[in-house]
Design a protein around this ligand. Sequence first.
Ligand code: HEM
Length: 427
Amino acid sequence: MTLPPGPSAPAAVQTVEWIARPTDLLRRSAARYGEPFTLRTQWADAPMVLVWDPDTIKRVYAAPPDVLRGGASSTVLEPFAGPSSILLTSGATHLRQRKLVLPPFHGERMQAHRATVAALAEEEVARWTPGRPLRTLPRMQELTLDVILRVVFGAPDPRLRAEIRTALDMTTSLSRLISMSFAPRGSAPWRPFLRAVARVDATLREAIRTRREAADHDAPAVLDELIAAGAAEDELRDQVVTLLAAGHETTAGSLAWALERIARHPPVAARLRDGDDAYLDATVKEVLRLRPVLSITPRKVVAPFTVGAWTLPPGVHVTPCPYLAHRRPELWPDSSAFRPERFLDGAPSPYAWLPFGGGVRRCVGAAFATMELHEVLRVVVRRFALAPDRPAGERMRRRGVTLTPARGGRVVPLACARRRNRLGASG
Ligand code: HEM
């Protein structure tokens, strides 16, 4: 099988790099082999061809499922998400599931959660101590998990929250991720994780049963709608776990990146404090461009698919790469600089800016996540000025499938001068 060129190191070596130095691997391969290039890792059952020019990305996202199939490339997520998760299904089943979970995360239903997000963010920052360095990633994980638990279950569930965090935190350790990548499921390196998932499952099934038996709810949560649509218990479990995990790890990582970047760019922070909503939106877009927490959005080739001079055969994966697409120098001048201003002139092309993927698999929670990012950042910058704990920015580090700040997005919250003045003047 002739595929585009790529690193010649064995798949085992590429897997370790994919886990330990993902962005180095992407940048180095792009510089050396050009577009497209092929990676081979233990995370996929076949080679993966990476593309990042807007025309090819458009064709990938528009391809019908009998040419490129979504879901088939996410099997690495199966032990947690479950086989009937929307991340893994395709065709009619996938579309039915999307129809069911999209509405609660859009329009008025989404707006109804705006005040809750702001209130939870206020509670969170009220716990920050001025002058004391803070790892924002775990703080944001707790906050975004609280938000998504409320949307999915209608109420917080402390036990479920703790169990989900325990399971997901196991994907933080690089050595654990590496040993799990090389071991068959069920073998020793997997057992602690699988035990943690089993605990999540038991609590979740109990919560689902309780909710099912409860009387009518005033404001139906996503779970109530899935129940009303007749989803069986296994499918309910898979959908709920997927929404809880996909709906908070990504948003938390993006928020931690936003705070890490803003702390190193005082003029951006100052402009955000002025309360300019267009600039806030531009800042969110720039964070998602420069630090996309998901670096690939793969599809499996079902019928031969052409990329440049190559015809990719069925069985391999082809994947748009947001990380590389967001760094194309001709589309993004000075592409590694953090410059929200670049988004003030209008909406970016969906094939040049793709932090949420595209086509029929585009992120279900894109609008919701954007709303969360807006609300939380608004609350933080109003209350605190942020300083970096050291000058150098943080590297992108793998946590499961997401790329998050290597040192947890450390910042030092400082009382805002303006707020201090106001308090001083009134007191
Ligand atoms: C900043 C935060 C987020 C980012 C960067 C993000 C990014 C993504 C990306 C790149 C995909 C794959 C799209 C593709 O393959 O084309 C995806 C899928 C998905 N996301 Fe998000 N996401 C975020 C937040 C959320 C939230 C809050 C939810 C909660 C509902 C969510 C639920 C999902 C689901 C269910 C899918 C699977 C969609 C499908 O396969 O049809 N995501 N997300």
